[in-house]
Design a protein around this ligand. Structure first.
Ligand SMILES: [Mg+2]
Length: 462
């Protein structure tokens, strides 16, 4: 976090110049004239922060490999599509979502890395832990974004809300070597607009009395929750900016965009509707895992191994949230992006993949056709229910079920202690040589180590 730059970008009076993202002498803001009176006169009745890491995946890579700093770096080698582009790459017009071959044509010196999601989620956890030093109310919104409620923390830290946020951003930068941007305001919507306003390493405080000035310069499509359809509908009614939207009567916003529109209308006026939710998400209706491999493969064993790996991860997640599944569906995507799928009901709801394996195998056998190149496999488990309060069904083989439960719990314990997939199903271990091409060096080494020492396989009968 570069404090100096941030301060330079503040206006003379301490207010932020919302008319331009470029540091410049502040033009006189037409206060209370063109934009009407303030929407809220209280600066911070509550203080909501939105923190968003800048080009997160590539920033993590550059933090770990300092020789990559200042270079155009992208991740996504394993899929052939850019997952994240560093600011140096963005400056050359390279964006997320474009195919690698196209990006390489634009920039031959591009550094292309495979995604290392394990490391990114470790950085993510550390970033959220730094935030929790400032408030317990941290909502992990995505791997690199969070909302914080720091209301009432001024006294504890003996500093202003803005200074608390600046300190937090400096901590993240010093400890993780990545930059993040933040917005501080009185509702989640406004804080989110703030964090996007200046990137990278930007901080935009947006006190209540300044909301109208900010919204006057915010086009409708920038508002969190407005999709292309909402924007074109509002434009048809002659609206251009977020300020135009909040200046319309509440009933009209409600008539045009119903409940979501009414909520956004309140949020943008600084009436916080969406609370910062610090509880971890625990309820899922479905869990899906997918894996894309490059190049597409006609190897039956490889496609099946990838599918089983998805299923292992989906069931592991179900167990983490103490859920069991009644239904399983699998899908295979062909090289021409055509996707085919099948679903099966399990004989009883379970959280153990061992019990689901016969269904997975038979679904796969029905779906798979030889000589067809497949590029992605999907597994979805659904019909999820609470796994803690189980009732033994009358005809269930209770001993067998208990054995499976104990075996699964032991495997989870070993994997927690010694690393993911220390023990996994043999059918998902047999990934042929060519799939290792796009793995990060660390993971590649682990896999080779496993092969070299020829990991023992157990034949477990339950
Ligand atoms: Mg981000």
């Amino acid at each position: 976090m570069n404090d100096k730059t941030t301060n330079e970008r503040q206006s003379f009076s301490g207010r932020t110049d919302f008319t331009s993202a470029i540091p410049c002498a502040r033009p006189e803001l037409p206060l209370n004239t063109k934009h009407g009176p303030p929407l809220s006169i209280s600066s911070f009745p509550q203080a909501i922060v939105h923190v968003d890491a800048d080009a997160f995946f590539t920033s993590v890579e550059q933090s770990l490999k300092p020789h990559l700093r200042g270079l155009p770096v992208v991740t996504g080698q394993e899929r052939g599509i850019i997952a994240c582009a560093s600011y140096e790459a963005k400056a050359l017009g390279i964006k997320r979502g474009i195919p690698l071959w196209e990006a390489r044509k634009t920039c031959p010196a591009l550094v292309v890395l495979p995604s290392d999601y394990e490391t990114y989620s470790l950085f993510s956890k550390r970033m959220f832990n730094i935030m929790r030093r400032y408030t317990p109310a941290v909502e992990e919104y995505s791997i690199d974004e969070a909302f914080l409620d720091i209301t009432g923390m001024r006294r504890m830290f003996r500093s202003s809300y803005s200074d608390i946020v600046r300190k937090l951003l400096a901590d993240v930068n010093a400890e993780l070597g990545i930059t993040v941007s933040a917005g501080l305001s009185i509702s989640k919507s406004l804080a989110k607009l703030g964090s996007k306003f200046r990137k990278p390493a930007g901080f935009t405080p947006l006190p209540g009395r300044d909301i109208h000035l900010f919204l006057a310069n915010t086009p409708l499509e920038k508002v969190w929750g407005f999709g292309p359809n909402s924007v074109s509908l509002l434009e048809k009614h002659g609206l251009k900016t977020a300020l135009d939207f909040v200046r319309m009567p509440e009933e009209r916003a409600d008539r045009l965009l119903h409940k979501p529109g009414r909520e956004i209308w309140h949020e943008l006026r600084g009436n916080s509707i969406w609370k910062v939710c610090a509880e971890e998400k625990t309820s899922y209706t479905t869990i899906t895992r997918s894996r894309t491999f490059t190049p597409a493969s006609t190897d039956r064993h490889l496609v099946y191994a990838e599918l089983v790996k998805n299923a292992e991860q989906a069931f592991a997640k179900a167990r983490r949230y103490k859920l069991r599944a009644k239904t399983i569906s699998i899908a295979l995507r062909k090289n021409d992006f055509h996707t085919i799928g099948l679903e099966a009901k399990l004989s009883r709801a379970t959280s153990a993949i061992i019990e689901a394996m016969p269904s997975i195998k038979s679904l796969f056998d029905r779906l798979y056709s030889e000589q067809t190149p497949y590029r992605t496999t999907f597994v979805t488990i659904s019909g999820l229910m609470d796994d803690t309060s189980r009732q033994m069904e009358l005809f269930d083989q209770n001993v067998k079920i208990e054995n499976i439960r104990q075996l699964t719990a032991t495997i989870d314990m070993i994997n927690d202690r010694f690393g993911k997939r220390s023990i996994c199903l043999a059918s998902s271990l047999q990934l042929p040589e060519n799939t290792r091409a796009g793995y990060p060096a660390r993971i590649k080494e682990e896999k080779i180590r496993k092969l070299r020492f020829s990991i023992p396989t157990l034949n477990i009968k339950v």
